[in-house]
Write a protein that binds this ligand. Structure first.
Ligand code: GLP
Length: 248
């Protein structure tokens, strides 16, 4: 079962997560090894990223040995679109640190339908060739999705093109102004891709996440709540605040 940590608010929790990530980067650095991070978009990790940027600017934390793989990207989506997860990652995190461009892997939303299968297979291979993801950071959708593995996703799913649920499109419509502007598809790491990570940290803040956090942790594993698959992962931590943990 995942270990559960509860903090007073998201500021405190995000500092803890940033410290765990920087600790791993430094440990790997001392061993002269690459640190392979799986990263997430959404509002939940923004404060963690800003803490890591602070550590880079004030304490000299270097990301030269870091390779990142992002969970997902809308499809179709141009990387330079204001709505893309590429833009999000560069603006909120990557352009402020010294990561090498060749070490940034975010699923591409601007490839043709025909290329997707090969592209996804190569994405998986790239992760495997580096020895797997050392630490995967996750948020959670209010319907229990992880990445864009929506309710009904299979435990053995790999990186692939998926449909975004109406529930998620409605939640996302606040960023896109209208639900009609929200893409219907995405490319996402699969449940299996996520479960292969050596360590997973799921973060959830606020009252809107309390019910899905309860279902994820307190009910039986259920494909309709994809995050519940994490119950069987050997090294997963849930970092919560008082609100998101209030139904546990
Ligand atoms: C998005 C992303 C997920 C993210 C989730 C939660 O749609 N595809 O990877 O974890 O929704 O977002 P938030 O952190 O804003 O609640």
């Amino acid at each position: 079962m995942p270990k559960i940590f509860n903090y007073k608010n998201f500021n405190k929790g995000s500092i803890v997560v940033a410290n765990k990530i920087s600790g791993l980067i430094k440990t790997k650095g001392k061993l002269n090894e690459k640190c392979v991070l799986g990263l997430s978009t959404g509002s939940s990790p923004i404060k963690t990223y800003s803490e890591l940027i602070k550590m880079h600017k004030k304490e000299g934390l270097s990301f030269k040995n870091v390779v990142i793989f992002n969970l997902d990207e809308f499809y179709p989506m141009k990387p330079n679109s204001q709505f893309s997860y590429h833009k999000f990652m560069f603006n909120k995190f990557l352009k402020h640190i010294d990561i090498q461009k060749k070490n940034v892997n975010i699923p591409k939303g601007d490839i043709s339908n025909k290329e997707i299968r090969n592209y996804c297979e190569n994405f998986e291979k790239k992760i495997d060739n580096l020895g797997g993801i050392d630490l995967q950071l996750l948020g959670i959708g209010t319907n229990g999705h992880i990445g864009f593995n929506e309710p009904g996703s299979n435990i053995s799913s790999m990186t692939r093109k998926v449909e975004i649920s109406n529930h998620s499109r409605l939640v996302l419509s606040k960023d896109f102004k209208s639900i009609d502007n929200v893409p219907k598809n995405a490319i996402t790491m699969g449940v299996k891709t996520i479960l292969k990570a050596k360590k997973i940290i799921l973060i959830a803040w606020g009252k809107t996440k309390s019910e899905i956090i309860r279902k994820t942790l307190k009910e039986k594993i259920n494909p309709l709540v994809p995050a519940s698959y994490l119950q069987n992962h050997k090294n997963t931590e849930f970092i919560l605040d008082n609100d998101s943990s209030s139904y546990l």
